[in-house]
Design a protein around this ligand. Structure first.
Ligand SMILES: C[S@@+](CC[C@H](N)C(=O)[O-])C[C@H]1O[C@@H](n2cnc3c(N)ncnc32)[C@H](O)[C@@H]1O
Length: 258
């Protein structure tokens, strides 16, 4: 899928993604920013920044923030959240910034196995001595969202099923490290952090999940109502009376230095 098509899929329900789903990654955002020493004055770029929740956290530490995403609808929300940020529409494989610009480059679940060019671009725009870190999904046995991915796989065209499975390869030990080393960066550390999606009920959960980019091809293939029903069936057992849905998954991360 080209970057413009990815942007269309991720931006088709931008508000639902931004407000119902994106904040779940906060513990991963915080762990990575700590690892990369993001603090007052740090010049940071977030690649695949979505609607800018992570960038807002970096800005609250006093960092000078920049972000790139393929969706203009998500970037509009990022601009509202962090008006001073340098936010640009484009492809992570051709970053519109000069060499040696940033102290830190991050990417939260946007660079996957096979995206070597995107890591090389991140390395190019990093200053010498700068830090890079990327996150990805943890192993299937630690993914509370696994039934979501299985519902996608069962209802999407074959090409998208393969792309979704390819994303899960990124977390295998050594895969992200090899991508980073091939970009000329020195791998520092690998870690993992738990993130939790919280929803009051199944309706709100399905509204948020349908807004995620990978849902787009499934909705096109079987229709929104059928996909909603498939998601409701997959997560019905996750509803706890009085608590709603609390779905915990693992993000892995790898950090590196230029
Ligand atoms: C899983 S979302 C992650 C968004 C955000 N980083 C977060 O943590 O919520 C992946 C993001 O990558 C963006 N994206 C996908 N392909 C891209 C590309 N080739 N160039 C730039 N952004 C891309 C999508 O528009 C989407 O916002």
């Amino acid at each position: 899928m080209g970057w413009e098509s990815s942007g269309q899929a991720w931006g088709s329900r931008a508000l639902d993604w931004a407000y119902l789903f994106e904040p779940y990654a906060r513990p991963a955002n915080t762990a990575v920013f700590d690892q990369c020493h993001v603090t007052s004055g740090t010049r940071i770029l977030d690649v695949g920044c979505g609607s800018g929740f992570a960038l807002g956290l970096a800005a609250s530490r006093g960092a000078h923030v920049a972000g790139l995403d393929a969706s203009s609808a998500l970037l509009d929300i990022a601009r509202a959240r962090t008006p001073d940020a340098d936010l640009r529409l484009g492809d992570m494989n051709a970053l519109p910034w000069d060499d040696d610009t940033f102290d830190v480059v991050t990417s939260f679940n946007a660079i996957w196995a096979g995206c070597e060019t995107a890591v090389a671009e991140a390395a190019r725009v990093l200053k010498p001595g700068g830090m890079f870190a990327m996150t990805f999904w943890g192993p299937p046995k630690r993914l509370g969202l696994l039934p979501y991915f299985m519902t996608i796989a069962a209802n999407s065209p074959d090409s998208h099923v393969m792309a979704t499975l390819g994303q899960s390869d990124t977390g295998r030990p050594g895969v992200a490290e090899a991508m980073i080393e091939s970009a000329g960066l020195q791998v520092l550390e690998r870690g993992a952090v738990a993130v939790t999606n919280e929803f009051p009920d199944l309706d709100t959960f399905t509204r948020g999940a349908i807004a995620a980019g990978p849902s787009f091809p499934a909705v096109e293939q079987i229709g929104e109502e059928a996909f909603r029903q498939a998601l409701e069936a997959a997560f019905a057992d996750a509803v706890v009376p009085g608590l709603g849905l609390r779905i915990t998954s693992e993000f892995g991360w790898v950090s590196a230095r230029k």
